[in-house]
Design a protein around this ligand. Sequence first.
Ligand SMILES: [Zn+2]
Length: 874
Amino acid sequence: MKITPRLSLILAASAFTGAPAFATPFSVSDAPGRLPKNVIPESYSVTVEPDAAAMTIKGRESIVLQVRSATTTIQFNSLNETLSDVRLDGKAVLKVASDDDAQLTTVTIASPVTVGTHTLSFSYAGKIETQPHGLFAQPYVSPDGKQGVLLTTQMESTDARRMFPCWDEPAFRAKFRLSATVPAEWSLVSNMPVVKRVVKAKLATTTFEATPRMPSYLVELTAGEIAEISAKNEGIDFGVWAVKGREKEGAIALANVQTILADYNDYFGYKFPLPKLDSIAIPGGFQGAMENWGAITYNDQLLLLSAASSIKNRQEAYSVQAHEMAHQWNGDLVTMAWWDDIWLNESFASWMAAKETDRRHPDWKWWEDQDADKEDAMGADARATSHSIQQHVTNELQAANSFDPQITYSKGQAILRMFEAYLGPDVFRDGIREYIKAFAFSNATTSNLWNALSAASKQDIGAIVAGWTEQAGFPLVSVAASCDATGVRTITLSQQRFLLQGIDAANSSWKVPLQIRAGADAAPQAVLLTQDKQSAPAGRCDEPLSVNAGALGFYRTHYDAATLATDTKNFGMLKDTDRIALLDDQWALVESGVDTLPTYLALAGAMGKDVDTRAWHQIAHALASIEYDERGSPGHEAFAAYARNVLRPPFEQLGWSAKADETPDVQDLRQTLIQELGSLGDEGVIDEARKRFAAFVKDHSAIPPDYQASILKIVAQYADAATFEQLRAVAAAAKDETEFRRYYSALMAVRDPALAKEATEIALSPQIPAQADALRLELIAQLAGEHQQLSWQVFRDNNERLLKPFAFDGPLIVAQYLPQAYWSGIPAAEIEAWVRAHVPKEMGPNVDRGMETVRFRLAEKDRLVRAADAFDHQ
Ligand SMILES: [Zn+2]
């Protein structure tokens, strides 16, 4: 049977019966959740007086409620709060019981409350937190060296209840009117503009406009000695806020936010509905960024850019802004009904951010860069213990754990991209527009999104996509080619779940949207793989073939030996994306033992002097991984020499110095090659790095910011005590978190064991200021690469302190990611015992994932060392 792309769409469409009623309005009664649905908040008036010295909150709250069935109890969330003077419609209630274990307050009223509108009011006493949970205090050192503290909030997922008692589940949308009383010299930012400010002696009370109906996890309040730069564009007020003295470093962010907003107004077909949008740089504190509606908070190094910032810092700022701003629609305007659909927020924002970053910065080759994240996600999802994108969530811990960066973010992003390509970008966008319009100021579920896309595309998209979001893993598509007498090729396709090890007991299968390109330059043909042994035409047998053209798919491909040989022979002619897909897949096939190491190394060797950045990143990663495994084996030096020989041609092509017309990805490639060659012991590179460092010590402008990380890292790797001291002095003089991160990270590359010990002491010392506290864990983890025992020991001895800044995702980090850092030097049983003893019991599945990777890496090492030793390096 011959399937053309158009026909495959028609075939799929013919199975689809009727347009779905995707616009059925959302009802709060349908949402999962723990709170009863008989009493619904309509609007809150919250007045807080935080005392930063005493770390307490005095609050007063009045909530307009809709009572939907007569009741004598009203239940809502609270944590660490004491309520007093509790009244319903002005009359004292019978009883108030707060239970911090259940995070609930139950109010009992003497006679049943009638159906209709009522007002609950109370005073309360609460706590300012020291970690990013609810309203928290963030100490910092200001640019002029003064100690300061600012108050800010992080509510997602379930911490608004720590600042004020509330219905703290995403389906309970309500209006919030906030007032705060703080020192008069402080400035404040919240979701909405200020309507009133009253100064009384040393204190000022600021009242903000009421928000539109929104979930409690999006409430924001920041207060302190902060200042802004601002702009007005198409009626919206934009501000970028930072600790006073640093606000000017927000200039690029202020330009970005206006560009992105205009692009999104257009894409979503729905204008940003608030009168203002602030971006707030928080020193240290919580990591990452939070999409509070109208008042997005960022870790300061993600938002502020100075002369010390590299192109990577600028790229990260743009893409993180694009992510948080996508949430202003997908997350804030339309919110998932419950936390099991958090992927609707996160996958969508990640995909949209990549699309927007690529659109505005085509020379960053952003989708190629994102391929690294996709590979990371595929590595995680190739574990037998992986989980589906959509996950059941019943409590607060599970809600926090559902933000899995590899699956919820990167896999979800890749799946959306794959289906955007399958439906076509215009049809996909039309579906998104309908979804946003239908559910604005409301909540939605995954099926609402599929229904909107189905209506736009006139095919049952849910039936095709469900396999990708509701089951774990992804397929390995096997391709067997046959040629007729005239050389015309037909391929037969089959699939099975791709696992790095083990077998798929569930016998999973997917509807796979393939993009088949026969010949190096032909346009790809879309084919939906739905049946075992499905066949498709595929050009001529002497032409190269890709069934994942554009590297758009979240699946792997295993070509038969003859097809792979043709692709290897024509490797130089392939499009960059198709070469990347082939390198990614062939390496994964070697890792899983399906194919042999020489099949991959033949592709790497065929790159020659070509300078495609992502392809070389992939190769450098694979070679570094084998070299790491080879350490201590007799074949190590021969393999390192081989790897240097593979990496030298592109480096010789690029040289040390940037050329005027170079794109950022080429500069990025140069740094990668410098760093990898240095790491592999290339004498020429090491000597030159030392020379450049000597000049840098006298004058920091001798190495541009983009090249500092790689050059300093090489110097640290081979440092003696005197050089180490110079590196330490450079780090101690760092001015902001961008520099702290770059210089202290370089120090951790040190190979000398005695100096490594010193490095751990630095990582724990007050030399690193309070606002960079979160960096310490990263530094100790970086040392694990070269010094497993030392790093493990230091981590265990200081784990509480190192993990303290990771209040939100700490348990996930320990359970799922920590084991993978210590696989090569610490016995698996020892890691597992420690980890299981230090995370809540119900995180067992996360520990299983971390440990599966440990056991896989051990088995893989054994295989790779034997294969590399047997490989003819000539
Ligand atoms: Zn997000």
